[in-house]
Ligand binder design. Sequence first.
Ligand code: FES
Length: 143
Amino acid sequence: MALYSEKVMDHFTHPRNVGVIEDADGVGEVGNAKCGDIMKIYLKIKDDTIDDVKFETFGCGSAIASSSMATELIKGKPLSEALELTNRAVAEALDGLPAHKMHCSVLAEEAIKAAVRDYYDKNGIAYDSEQFPDSDGCDHCSV
Ligand code: FES
């Protein structure tokens, strides 16, 4: 069996939503201390819904495929749904990732949460910090 699914290869070779949103409402950047890979997510938010999303990922193929799939999964969705997106759901949508590459999908989940938190912070919107367990100085991300 191939190491990577067709979907992983498709999103790696033709990533969706790559780029920068200059006037983004929320930006989240996370890094993986072990491999040095970095993911940045830009959100445009309208009426509590993700109107547009773009990403820049300096990382491995699994991280790029995960970013691409994650942006597709949250585009047009309410913030509450975006916050519920787990790295497992991203990996499942990609028809799986090899076990030693699951950590790459964690970056996507964390970058989205960091971007939503940035939006809340910039706009003085109160939130439950329990929703952002990984954004407060965990051992493998930079925020
Ligand atoms: Fe670093 Fe995949 S090896 S995110």
